[in-house]
Design a protein around this ligand. Sequence first.
Ligand SMILES: C[S@@+](CC[C@H](N)C(=O)[O-])C[C@H]1O[C@@H](n2cnc3c(N)ncnc32)[C@H](O)[C@@H]1O
Length: 290
Amino acid sequence: MALQSLGPDRRHASATGKPIALGDPPSDVGPGLLERRLHAWYARWLRPLLPRDIDQQRLKLVYFGWGYWPLLKLATLPLWGRVTLLVQFLRVDWHVLHAHRPNEIASVCQALAARRAQPGEVMVEAGCWNGGSSAKFSLICKLGGYRLHIYDSFEGVEPLGSEEKRQGHDFSGAYAAPEAVLHDTLRRFGDPSVCTVHTGWFRTTLARHPVPDPVRLAFMDCDSAKGTEEVLSGVAPRLTADGVVFSQDYHIASVRQVLCDPRTWRRLGMREPTITRLGGHLASLRTASA
Ligand SMILES: C[S@@+](CC[C@H](N)C(=O)[O-])C[C@H]1O[C@@H](n2cnc3c(N)ncnc32)[C@H](O)[C@@H]1O
């Protein structure tokens, strides 16, 4: 567990907010000096005092919680709605072990809340673990009139092939949580009424059965290039003109390679997207027409 994410340790890519040229995957960029120093100090003095992951996540809120700031500026929600949302998100952070940072969730929420849903439009989340991100997304979906489709194996990260393993980022089998945990999290902290859960490996769900509804936003968090491609094949054909895809795995070299390879988009029959690296591990992908 490290300071970089609220949940379990994942390598960090710094935020630039600058669009990235396709065909030229950027190399991973580590955290800045201040963050590295803070992390070293945290790992030496505080982490040993907090053996439970959830307690470490709670402590990190002091530093990362400010990342929710953009939620308070969501123009499409009344002030009271924004404050309520912030409190609900903090409750999730307090109670549910997850693998994201507040600023990452805030960026996704900002994009979704830019407008209300047209009839039938949905959000897709691919990779939910304990449902911490799903609960937050269900709340913002409810406010905006979207349904949330959640896809997961509930068996953890699919074991990587040898090629991906060679690239050095192997979370095979990590983040396994029973489906019942997701439902419990949604019931206690989110809004299950807007959620549909699809159980199975992405190769048998999204890759075989693309989402039937118009997809306004997709959030991919599966820690593998293969999984990312499978998710894309199921959501890309259904993206709305202003649809946006987020990858929470942009710190992983093999995932960056897939996303920055023009052949990926040719295979999907799509225009190449503009990729923008955001805070933490997050990048957004928007097609040229968006
Ligand atoms: C890093 S966790 C998701 C974390 C969650 N989004 C959060 O913020 O707490 C990755 C999830 O992806 C799922 N997963 C990984 N590869 C998958 C695949 N090929 N098919 C289905 N689910 C997969 C795992 O079961 C796990 O729940």
